[in-house]
Design a protein around this ligand. Structure first.
Ligand code: PGA
Length: 250
């Protein structure tokens, strides 16, 4: 069976709860595409109003973060079971902003991936190289290390259902998209890595997104690549353009 495309918005630290509800209303009629799974990954405080706002549509809600314990004395944190109970289905793990600013390392991210599955959430696991690493020619080595560490001990059945997002750090929020060839090359490499770690069926089933300055003008070409199954969209997910990205095939 062919893989379904999945286009996810990563709102980051944007949108107050009332702005979030407004954005859902603006996008409502623009994000209809039967061939594409659409996800809004939103700040924790927006989860409850957004779940309500997208009720009755095909849009799914994702979280941007959680902590690895189920409950307890972790002031300020939110757990995976809390997200699940609130109606969240996806969660972003390993975004370069969390790796960099919040010092989340691969051992911790591995625990997050396992906890997300335990709670019944689908991880959108991010990986990606810096500009320096690309220039040094170690892109694929670096990404393979991230994937192998973050998925350590995660069974094939779970990997087959998850989403991996390839996001070159130098392309995030910079307006500088990877070329279609660069994006496809790495997404294909990630699939090959999954095949090596697991098997051909798992590699065929896992969905791999490209992220980094995805826009209404480059989505069609990127998503047409054989190993790119959609996108993780930051800046452009906060405006009507997101509808054009979801409808990249029209
Ligand atoms: P961008 O962000 O689309 O604004 O580059 C992508 C991301 O960080 O997920």
């Amino acid at each position: 069976m062919a893989r379904r495309k999945i286009v996810a918005g990563n709102w980051k630290m944007n949108m107050t709860p009332s702005q979030a509800v407004e954005l859902c209303a603006t996008l409502k009629d623009l994000v209809k595409n039967n061939k594409v799974d659409v996800v809004y990954c939103v700040p924790a405080i927006d989860i409850v109003p957004v779940v309500k706002a997208v009720k009755g549509t095909r849009v799914k809600v994702g979280a941007e973060n959680f902590y690895i314990e189920d409950k307890g004395a972790y002031t300020g944190e939110i757990s995976a079971p809390m997200l699940k109970d609130a109606g969240v289905e996806y969660v972003i793990i390993g975004h370069s902003e969390r790796r960099e600013y919040f010092k989340e390392d691969d051992a911790f991210l591995n625990k997050k991936v396992k906890k997300a599955f335990e709670a019944g959430l689908t991880p959108i696991l991010c990986c990606g190289e810096s500009l320096e690493q690309r220039e040094m020619g170690v892109t694929m080595d670096w990404i393979r290390l991230q994937i192998k560490s973050d998925l350590y001990g995660v069974p094939a059945e779970q990997v087959a259902k998850m989403v991996i997002a390839y996001e070159p750090i130098w392309a995030i929020g910079t307006g500088k998209t990877a070329t279609t060839e660069q994006a496809e090359e790495v997404c294909k490499g990630i699939r090959a890595c999954i095949k090596e770690m697991y098997d051909a069926a798992t590699a065929k089933s896992v969905r791999i997104q490209y992220g980094g300055s995805v826009s209404a003008s480059n989505a069609a070409e990127l998503f047409a690549q054989p190993d790119i199954d959609g996108g993780l969209v930051g800046g452009a997910s906060l405006k009507a353009d997101f509808g054009k990205i979801v409808n990249y095939d029209k």
